[in-house]
Design a protein around this ligand. Structure first.
Ligand code: C2E
Ligand code: MG
Ligand code: MG
Length: 714
């Protein structure tokens, strides 16, 4: 609302505006300038009324001064500007037109005086109030602080007393001054018994060498704290193990005064650790040190200084598997425990130890400067210890063992090398008939090194195209016709010449290279099958089938089905022209997950053959579960038919297997047929297909083609 400027209200407003503009910049109000003006307006009105009142009273001035303070115009500059403003404009804007100018000016002056006084008083009051508030707040605050301090002390005491950790304070001479409950409980002593004791009395034979040096450094002020694992004797003679932290306490001037010990009882944890360590380093069955522990000791022996030697006996029991298979695992276990006890009693001299590496494999180690002699004696003692039969379940079992001995100076070979050499030597002892010991010879080791060399050369061999495949025909026993061939891989090694799969397939399986290698063999052989078909002018001779061997690792490889399907599709070969050979041992105990890929392939029409049948111990009834359509009888059956007349029991066994297989709709292939007599015998027994040197040795693919043609035309 805009008042008429000349009307008294309008003039009052103008005065208030001028006043507010003058003072606003020096106020500390949170109000805006117009808001501030609104606050000044009633004050201005009071001044205006006082100016024109019939009987003058300066009280309005005092009130105006106080109002300024209340409006946060506490700065002296605000008062000065107000007085200037009132002096210049109050009479001008608020005086009556007809009033006495001189009287008005006098009244204005008195109002200004009163305003200054009112302002000063209000300001003093306000300051006092503020000071008081601050003082009160400070007092309150002090109270809070004191309370807090009190709380800290109580809390400290509570912590000291209630702590699970032992706390003790001693002076720098080592006299114990204060201990908490946890500490007395740890030591099994009363507080009284602990106070006054001296820290230096607590030496223990297991103290780490630096323990007391650190202590001296601390009490002499050279060190602020230290941390050690320390043992203490309890009054009952048991040992208390602690994690001990000792700190130096200095006074306000920085002078060392006390030592503060914090100790954590680690006795239980230590026992647990010792037990875990024991379990991790000992064999659960026999209680002997295990492989881990043995390796640690062997490594230590091999790292010993000049002049030090080691001797190692690597023992494997002969025929332990038979005990396990015929008498059961519980009996086998008892046998192992007895053997372990006997071995232990053979190696009791310092520097000697016996360990169980696993299964029926044990090692005995001797160290020192004269191990050439001591290791021989050790092996002799072991052989002797095994002589007496072991009684189990009322039976007297004769136990024999084969020992490989490695002896030599420390510092030349790694633990793994030594153990490998011992392992090879033990096998040599076994191969020589068992129940004996053999000494490692460098040549045998060299062969092992070759094995190592082959392993490392394998991956690049595939890239370099060093593998090739030979094909061995599969012949129908009824009409003698070639029905297909088995693909057998070979490695043309740049140094070693042609290597048979027995030399490198196990290595490839071990390193995982078997997967790409197997895929390569599969692809090459399927291509070859396609090439034979094309060369024969389609399927004129009936499709030549291709048999490819699969390793157990390939079975578990997720890409098997897809890889096989892709290869068949790429080459345009029908699935029923392919037969995958899987060894019996790979399928023993196979669960459904493992069989799934084979089942998928079988459903597509790929034949699955159970290779080397009769060498494992698979349950014949199990055959029904397997997605198998061909049994390949192992060569050992054929071999037993070499002499004439053949062993009638063997004949009966083969006859039984063949009839069982046929009942299950399985075709029977025999391997290793070397003579015509064998072939005839197997034909009479009902076998379907045969493979062997009698027909052809494995050879290049062209040969098979020729054989098949001869066969078809002849
Ligand atoms: P296998 O599958 O049982 O192959 C038959 C083995 O018997 C072949 O040995 C073959 O040369 C040999 N043999 C054939 N006829 C006769 C005979 O009349 N008398 C004798 N004494 N032996 C005969 P080879 O070629 O040394 O293969 C050995 C094994 O290597 C094969 O046994 C097979 O398990 C594996 N193998 C071969 N090629 C591959 C492959 O590509 N992948 C996989 N995973 N394994 C393969
Ligand atoms: Mg085979
Ligand atoms: Mg075989």
């Amino acid at each position: 609302m805009n008042a008429e400027p000349d009307a008294p209200e309008g003039r009052l407003r103008r005065f208030a505006t001028i006043w507010s503009r003058a003072v606003y910049p020096v106020t500390s109000t949170a109000a805006t300038r117009p808001e501030f003006e609104e606050r000044l307006l009633p004050v201005a009105r009071r001044l205006s009324e006082a100016l024109r009142a019939r009987s003058f009273d300066a009280e309005a001035g005092r009130e105006a001064g106080a109002a300024l303070v209340e409006a946060h115009c506490t700065d002296p500059e605000a008062l000065s500007r107000t007085l200037d403003c009132v002096d210049a404009y109050l009479v001008l804007y608020c005086g009556d037109e007809d009033g006495d100018r001189e009287t008005l000016r006098t009244r204005s002056a008195r109002l200004q005086h009163a305003m200054a006084a009112g302002f000063a008083q209000a300001l003093r009051e306000r300051t006092l109030a503020e000071q008081e508030a601050i003082a009160k707040a400070a007092l309150q605050a002090q109270g809070v602080v004191a309370q807090a301090l009190h709380a800290t002390e109580t809390r400290f005491r509570a912590v000291f007393e209630g702590a699970a950790i032992g706390i003790g304070i001693a002076d720098l001479d080592g006299n114990v001054l204060q201990v908490n409950g946890a500490l007395t409980r740890m030591f099994g002593l009363t507080e009284q018994a602990l106070l006054g004791r001296n820290v230096r009395d607590w030496t223990h034979p297991d103290d780490a060498p630096q323990t007391w040096r650190l202590y001296e450094e601390l009490v002499s002020g050279e060190r602020e704290h230290y941390h050690v694992e320390k043992a203490f004797y309890r009054p009952d003679g048991t040992v208390l193990w602690t994690n001990l932290t000792v700190s130096l306490l200095r006074d306000a001037d920085g002078e060392p005064h006390y030592q503060l010990a914090l100790m954590e009882d680690t006795t239980e944890r230590r026992l647990l650790n010792l037990r875990l360590r024991y379990e991790a380093t000992h064999d659960a069955l026999t209680g002997l040190p295990n492989r881990t522990f043995f390796f640690e000791r062997l490594e230590k022996a091999l790292a010993a200084g000049p002049g030090q030697r080691f001797g190692l006996c690597y023992l494997d029991l002969d025929g332990f598997k038979t005990v396990n298979d015929s008498l059961g695992h519980a009996a086998g276990d008892r046998l192992l425990v007895e053997v372990a006890d006997r071995l232990q009693s053979c190696a009791t001299a310092p520097g000697e130890m016996v360990a169980r590496l696993g299964g029926d494999e044990f090692v005995a180690l001797t160290t020192g400067t004269d191990t050439r002699r001591t290791v021989d004696e050790l092996a002799g003692r072991i052989m002797n210890a095994l002589l007496a039969p072991i009684g189990i379940d009322g039976r007297e079992l004769t136990v024999r063992g084969s020992i490989g001995i490695v002896e030599g100076p420390a510092g030349e070979r790694s633990a793994a090398e030594v153990l490998r050499s011992a392992d090879i030597t033990m096998y040599r002892a076994k191969a020589a008939g068992g129940n004996r010991f053999e000494l490692a010879d460098p040549e045998a080791d060299a062969r092992a090194i070759t094995r190592h060399g082959l392993t490392t050369a394998l991956p690049t061999a595939l890239d370099r195209g060093e593998f090739f495949i030979e094909y061995q025909p599969l012949v129908h026993l009824g009409d003698g016709s070639v029905r297909g061939a088995e693909a057998l891989v070979r490695w043309l090694h740049p140094q070693h010449g042609v290597l048979s799969p027995d030399r490198f397939i196990p290595l490839a399986e071990h390193t995982g290279l078997i997967v790409p290698l197997g895929r390569w063999v599969l692809e090459q052989s399927v291509r070859q099958a396609r090439a034979w078909r094309d060369a024969n002018g389609g399927d004129a001779l009936g499709p030549l089938r291709i048999n490819v061997n699969l390793s157990p690792c390939q079975l578990t490889h997720p890409g098997l089905v897809q890889d096989t399907v892709e290869i068949l599709e790429r080459t345009g070969v029908a699935p029923d022209a392919l037969c995958l050979e899987v060894t019996e041992s790979a399928l023993i105990g196979a669960d459904d997950d493992l069989l799934k890929p084979l089942r998928r392939l079988a459903e597509m029409g790929v034949d699955i053959a159970l290779d080397d049948f009769g060498t494992g111990y698979s349950n014949l009834a199990n055959l029904r579960r397997l997605p198998v359509s061909v049994l390949k009888l192992d060569r050992s059956f054929t071999q037993s038919m070499q002499q004439f007349p053949a062993d009638p029991v063997d004949l009966k066994i083969v006859e039984g297997i063949v009839s069982l297989a046929h009942n299950l709709d399985l075709a029977v292939t025999v391997e290793g047929v070397e003579t015509g007599a064998q072939a005839e015998q197997l034909r009479i027994l009902g076998c379907d297909t045969a493979q062997g040197w009698y027909y052809a040795r494995p050879g290049p693919p062209e040969r098979l083609h020729e054989l098949a043609l001869v066969d078809a035309t002849g």
